[in-house]
Design a protein around this ligand. Structure first.
Ligand code: ADP
Length: 447
């Protein structure tokens, strides 16, 4: 096992990694920007090192500063968390060449899966269902038109380097396709430095269902079941849950086993998430693989009892997976709500500022993962998510009741949060009676 780990992130995920290190008896060193210098989680690490000013391109995204901190603290390994440098294969490479283990997949796996078109080809080789579309990158308008006529409109033009919903355009006819190609390529070039695009058939009203994977360095892979993340606004997830509503055990099993096969075939290691969209008939299609820990990982932890962050660290340290597929038991019903500091009534604008007072819910089945507290000032420089409220119960009905009362108990004064909207969604007739797809929140709650 490692002696010391550098946590190359901030906020709730930094705290989550620090906690896992403490429980494993591993020392943790956390980096921070000047904007985070007063955060209390810094005191829970064994050491904290300032790596620069508030702007993330000068701190949390600056590889040279993070590597210097790792050298200064003499750590064995670096945990990148999610966001920032977590999916940057160059960063993983620099970690290795500087003598640090990167707690994540190999550079090769990151490069292979980071290109979405490539990942699609890997999935096809594993006989995983993929959305009908182009066989590779689109080279010309005539090729694009040919693909679109074969699969039928509407189609999506998607950037191979895409992420966060950027570089995606919808086209309903030939004329729109020409425009979509150039717009997607331009956006992808400026956001990712890579203009390559591919085409997929547009699936109407899909659900977003993803499977959690753990894989060690010896070829052992398990899946830890699925999470339904269809409750989104502008492709930002708000609520996640498991099991995915309205899928049979056989459908869930097939999807998760497909995910494990993709991970195994691509030589994937550490924690990863294979994302699918599910159409109105319940057919599932691979869309991409995220080579990192996800924000919503606690959903899986509560349903399976497996600590994913500890597992990541153990795998990176060269331990064999202790878990066999038959030992992974999915229990009950788990829901997570993301608590964001934002003003829902004013177009979700971020709402940074000081938390004057705060009462956090507790009780049976309630977990709150957060780095904030009364007196904490939410910084305008970073993501507006201030915590995740997770509940675990035996049934969906009980989980909904627990989540509702926990959100009702939650009191945060000084800043506006997403709690009122979350309550509105969970208490709605629509949520009680329908299976939400990715357009659900915008359709029923954005008027
Ligand atoms: P990103 O990498 O930018 O997150 P994804 O490929 O994961 O992009 O797609 C983001 C979201 O776009 C999905 O969660 C889904 O809601 C929607 N989407 C993606 N592909 C399709 C498709 N072929 N048809 C319909 N919706 C899609």
């Amino acid at each position: 096992m490692f002696k010391r780990i550098l946590v190359a992130n901030r906020g709730e995920i930094a705290l989550r990694v620090i906690r896992a290190c403490r429980e494993l008896g591993v020392e943790s060193v956390v980096v921070y920007s000047q904007a985070d210098q007063d955060a209390r989680y810094l005191k829970l690490a064994d050491r904290a090192i300032c790596i620069g000013p508030a702007r993330s391109d000068q701190s949390y995204l600056k590889m040279s500063s993070i590597i210097s901190a790792a050298e200064q603290a003499d750590v064995d390994a670096i945990h990148p968390g999610y966001g920032f440098l977590s999916e940057n294969s160059k960063f993983a490479e620099v970690c290795h060449s500087s003598g640090f283990e990167f707690i994540g997949p190999t550079v090769e796996a990151m490069e292979c899966l980071g290109d979405k078109n490539n990942a699609r080809q890997v999935a096809k080789r594993c006989n995983a269902p993929t959305v009908p579309g182009s066989d590779g990158v689109i080279e010309s308008l005539s090729q694009a038109l040919k693909v679109a006529h074969e699969i039928g409109y509407p189609v999506l033009v998607k950037a191979t380097a895409g992420g966060g919903g950027r570089g995606i355009r919808l086209a309903e006819n030939d004329q729109a396709l020409e425009l979509a190609l150039s717009e997607a390529a331009t956006e992808a070039q400026s956001a990712f430095g890579n203009p390559n695009v591919y085409i997929e058939k547009f699936i109407a009203n899909p659900r977003h269902v993803e499977a959690q994977i753990l894989a060690d360095k010896y070829g052992n892979v398990v899946h830890l079941w699925e999470r339904d993340c269809s409750l989104q606004r502008r492709r930002q997830k708000l609520v996640e849950m498991t099991p995915a509503p309205n899928l049979s055990l056989e459908q869930r099993k097939a999807l998760c086993e497909t995910a494990a096969r993709i991970a195994k075939e691509s030589g994937y290691t550490n924690a990863g998430t294979v994302e699918f969209i599910v159409d109105e008939q319940g057919n599932y299609y691979f869309i991409e693989m995220n080579a990192r820990i996800q924000v919503e990982h606690p959903v899986t932890e509560m349903a399976t009892g497996v600590d994913l962050i500890k597992s990541q660290i153990q795998i990176a340290a060269g331990e064999k997976l202790r878990l066999k597929q038959k030992d992974v038991v999915h229990r009950g019903y788990v829901i997570e709500c993301r608590i964001n500091a934002e003003d829902v009534e004013h177009n979700f604008r971020p709402c940074p500022g000081k938390i004057e007072s705060m009462i956090v819910p507790g009780g049976f089945g309630v977990r709150f993962d957060s780095h904030v507290y009364a007196g904490y000032t939410v910084s305008p420089f970073y993501d507006s998510m201030i915590g995740k409220l997770i509940v675990a119960q035996n049934t969906r009905e009980d989980a909904l009741a627990t989540m509702t009362r926990a959100l009702q108990e939650f009191e945060i004064k000084g800043i506006k949060t997403s709690i009122p909207l979350l309550l509105r969604i969970l208490q709605s007739r629509e949520f009680a009676t329908m299976t939400p797809d990715v357009g659900f929140i915008e359709r029923y709650f954005m008027n």
